[in-house]
Write a protein that binds this ligand. Structure first.
Ligand code: TRP
Length: 468
């Protein structure tokens, strides 16, 4: 097939991308992909959403969404990226049938990346602030009123909220500008097991608290009447968010995958590891919720108010508390870097900006957008168009609208436009792995099931069927 003009330019740009960087080993691929998946989604979003949406029923829908929607889409995105070896826009332009504007998915993805980072960076800011405050010792308390007051004092202070966000942006910018991404990858690889260990310890301890039984019931015995369409949509949105899919992150990372990497096996491992980190976070938090009289529906503050209460019971609590938030900060940094990679690589490869300039521009835009989220509980607290603060809008729109819509588009692209043969070739490493049967199944899912399912959940969740 002959290539049109723009496509060959894309191909040469893609070539430039290949020579720019790639993950060097199988373990590196796994660590980086896991580094993107594991972040605040596990430690902060998962517990607060599970708590706010009634527990076990939500968890079950989340699990189903992860398996039947998230996993196939993650495989699809990585396959697209590895085939094209380019940023999402160039990748889709290169693979799309002539004249069909599938590359717009990449543009929407870039917008989604900014929206997510705008509020994500503020939550990272709270985590950074907690590292500092934990060391002073005055965060520790098993009195719910007091831990909530400490959290409120932070988020309701516009100066602290903004300054900590700038610290985060400067920190991330520094990492990228110094080109120590590799260093961060190496650090993540070593420190993630530590976070895991600390969570096991914390979870184990929490399960000895008097409220543990109640917590387990809350997490694992569904109350079916609590599962509303809105709850289902939120659970599906969480599955997208946690696996970093629907906006091009996994496409971008896929473009750095080695040719030998087994894509479905890697995606499955990442999904399982990501899931266990979330469950551990749940085990650490919910027993404390029920033991000390917190509300499971506390929302975004949940982690910040319960974890200090658990550590307050332990010797050396303030050091452990600081360590917990430090490790969380590191996990969040890895995820944030993967979010940033999408606009940065697009600005670099398509707009011809140097990587440092692309990084600075991204941070600048983020500083402006992020301020709206940072101030949403102080200066802008009363600015709630449509009943939500800017922070809540950024969070809601990205997970419940943009990521699922991106997911539909990606599923349709792979199922209908790209072609099963090319997809199967990526999944089986051109016939070297026995994944052909699997490719067939995933392809059929992406063609008929995934997009319809996402659409139905979205429409129901947004109240279209109930006329709300
Ligand atoms: N998955 C990350 C987390 O759980 C966040 C994240 C990184 C993300 N890259 C993404 C979310 C892309 C959506 C899309 O914290």
């Amino acid at each position: 097939m002959s290539k049109s003009g723009p496509s060959s330019t894309d191909a040469s740009r893609a070539h430039a991308a290949t020579s720019r960087g790639a993950f060097s080993s199988s373990l590196g691929v796994l660590a980086a992909t896991l580094g993107s998946a594991v972040g605040l989604g596990n430690i902060w979003k998962f517990p607060s959403l599970t708590g706010a949406n009634g527990g076990a029923g939500f968890l079950l829908i989340y699990l189903l969404s992860t398996l039947f929607i998230g996993l196939p889409l993650m495989v699809a995105e990585i396959a697209i990226g590895r085939q094209a070896r380019a940023n999402p826009i160039s990748a889709l332009r290169q693979l799309q049938p002539r004249g069909a504007p599938w590359w717009l998915i990449g543009v929407a993805g870039m917008a989604a990346a900014f929206l997510i980072m705008a509020f994500y960076s503020e939550v990272v800011a709270w985590v950074f602030a907690y590292v500092a405050k934990a060391l002073s010792g005055n965060l520790l308390s098993s009195d719910p009123v007091q831990t909530q007051a400490s959290f409120d004092a932070l988020v309701r202070d516009p100066v602290q909220a903004l300054l900590w966000q700038w610290v985060v942006l400067a920190f991330i910018g520094g990492i990228l500008l110094l080109g120590v991404t590799r260093g961060i990858e190496a650090a993540t690889k070593r420190l993630m097991p530590l976070l895991f260990l600390l969570l096991v310890l914390l979870g184990g301890y929490s399960l000895t608290l008097p409220g543990a039984g109640q917590a387990l019931t809350f997490l694992f015995a569904p109350e079916w009447h609590k599962i509303t369409p809105a709850v289902v949509l939120t659970a599906m949105g969480l599955a997208f968010f946690k696996l970093s899919i629907g906006m091009g992150t996994m496409m971008t990372y896929g473009s750095y995958f080695t040719a030998e990497q087994n894509i479905p096996a890697t995606a499955t491992r990442v999904m399982l590891a990501d899931l266990s980190v979330s469950l551990l976070a749940g085990m650490a938090i919910f027993p404390a919720v029920f033991s000390f009289g917190f509300q499971p529906s506390a929302g975004p503050s949940l982690v910040f108010i319960t974890i200090p209460a658990v550590f307050a019971q332990m010797p050396g609590g303030s050091v452990l508390l600081a360590a917990f938030f430090l490790l969380t900060a590191i996990a969040a940094t890895g995820a944030m870097l993967s979010l940033m990679e999408v606009p940065v690589v697009i600005l670099h490869e398509r707009w011809g900006l140097s990587r440092p300039r692309a990084t600075l521009l991204t941070l600048l835009i983020l500083g402006l957008l992020g301020a709206g989220c940072a101030l949403s509980q102080s200066t802008l607290a009363t600015f709630q168009p449509g009943g939500r603060t800017l922070f809540d809008w950024a969070d809601y729109l990205s997970s419940n609208l943009l990521l699922p819509a991106g997911g539909i588009a990606i599923a349709l692209f792979v199922g209908w436009a790209w072609g099963e043969r090319a997809f199967a070739a990526q999944l089986s490493n051109h016939g070297q792995l026995g994944n052909q049967g699997l490719a067939r199944v995933v392809s059929l899912l992406l063609r008929w099931v995934t997009p319809v399912l996402i659409l139905l959940v979205m429409l129901a969740g947004l109240g279209v069927f109930s006329g709300a």
